[in-house]
Write a protein that binds this ligand. Structure first.
Ligand code: CO8
Length: 258
């Protein structure tokens, strides 16, 4: 029996860890990997016991992009029928925060997958890049758009037009990575951060993700209105009463997502 290409683990209370497991192909994202990622992310979204998700690969590769061997002979109609855009959207559409824990290569679709996550923790030897131009295509999993929004036009243009790889330190300096840690600490740090988030008020966490993502595509005025509505709604939650009461009573709050 072959090993599953995506593994689902529960490293801590409230935390799901999804691990891409194709080391022989540097974790290239074939259709099976993408379908399983979408399936596990959707299940985690719907599971009230999961409050934060970590997405990772192995020490050599987060993901080296879409599986080139699987798509080399593909035609345009098949590309449409595969509907990979829908699979990409499940990470971004996941209602829980997703933390990418990146070691090794995050290239092409792998870099794009990391960019669909909400926080990126990278090891100091991690390498990022959008090398699609070198094989006659363009970033097709959101790279031209999410990268530009993250780092600005001029850096995004250089990265996509040259296909050159860049380091975790460069990625951090340009705002693509949230934190750089020693390689051996990546998963531990991502799980610790996920555990910290999992202990916070789930409805507030969900609203922060929703408002930051939706606000990016709106005018400042519309985005601020979204934020105002979200905070007003949270005053209807038990967790707001509990959080503020706990502060006043100098005790740890017990949040229930209600
Ligand atoms: N696809 C398929 N197989 C791959 C991939 C990949 N992306 N990356 C690596 N592999 C395979 C290699 O073919 C090799 O297999 P084998 O042992 O059978 O020869 C094995 O993994 C190990 O690879 P290397 O020997 O090359 O390992 P190195 O450590 O020397 O190099 C690299 C690692 C730098 C990651 C190198 O393998 C590489 O450059 N890979 C390709 C990176 C790339 O170009 N990624 C972009 C792909 S295109 C993309 O992601 C577009 C997304 C949008 C899709 C939208 C569809 C509609």
């Amino acid at each position: 029996m072959t090993n599953p290409v995506v593994l689902l683990e529960r490293p801590a209370d409230g935390v799901a860890l999804i691990r891409i497991n194709r080391p022989e192909a540097r974790n290239a994202l074939n259709m099976e990997v993408r379908r399983l990622l979408a399936q596990y992310l959707t299940a985690a979204s719907e599971d009230a016991a999961i409050r934060c998700i970590v997405l990772t690969g192995n020490e050599k590769s987060f993901a080296a992009g879409a599986d080139i061997k699987e798509m080399a002979g593909m035609g345009a109609i098949e590309a449409m029928q595969r509907g990979t855009d829908k699979l990409w959207r499940t990470t971004a559409a996941c209602t829980k925060p997703v933390i990418a824990a990146v070691n090794g290569f995050a290239l092409g679709g792998g870099c794009e997958l990391a960019m669909t996550c909400d926080i990126i923790v990278a090891g100091e030897s991690a390498r990022f890049g959008q090398p699609e131009v070198k094989i006659g295509i363009i970033p097709g999993g959101g790279g031209t758009q999410r990268l530009t929004r993250a780092v600005g036009k001029y850096k995004a243009m250089r990265i996509c037009l040259t296909g050159d790889l860049f380091s975790a330190q460069e990625a951090h300096a340009m705002g693509l990575v949230s934190e750089v840690v020693p390689d051996v600490e990546v998963e531990k740090r991502a799980v610790a951060m996920a555990t910290q988030i999992a202990e916070l008020a789930p409805l507030a966490v969900q609203q922060i993700k929703e408002v930051i993502l939706a606000g990016q595509d709106a005018s400042l005025d519309a985005a601020l209105r979204l934020e105002t509505k979200a905070i007003q709604v949270l005053f209807a939650s038990q967790d707001q009463k509990e959080g503020m009461a706990a502060f006043i009573e100098k005790r740890k709050p017990k949040f229930q997502g209600k």
